[in-house]
Design a binder for this molecule. Structure first.
Ligand code: FES
Length: 107
């Protein structure tokens, strides 16, 4: 099962196993990762699942779709070039070891 590491702003890191096909957000919520609120439950409507993808992984992700790109304008912490909504990142074996950084706040 692929694992994904979440790095808090203070550097604390939690690594969790997430089944193939789940979103990164679903894995975070299931494991109680602090810093992912996911208020809309993955409907790409709240922007409270914002993460900054570690630069080493950027080239391995599917590009953002328009809805995600639009919603990234509504994040609590300003978006960056490596910003993604974790509910739109689908876990697969190709993403085993993915590292994402959590913003200071989600709301
Ligand atoms: S969970 Fe709401 S946009 Fe990702």
């Amino acid at each position: 099962m692929p694992n994904v590491s979440f790095v808090a702003p203070d550097g604390a890191t939690i690594t969790v196993d997430i089944p193939n096909g789940w979103s990164v957000m679903e894995g975070a919520v299931k494991h109680g990762v602090a810093g992912i609120l996911a208020e809309c439950g993955g409907a790409c409507a709240c922007a409270t699942c914002h993460v900054f993808v570690d630069p080493a992984w950027l080239g391995r992700l599917q590009p953002r779709e328009a809805g995600e790109d639009d919603l990234l304008e509504c994040t609590a912490v300003e978006r960056a070039p490596n910003s993604r909504l974790s509910c739109q990142l689908r876990v697969s074996s190709a993403l085993d070891g993915l590292v994402v950084h959590l913003p200071e706040r989600q709301a």
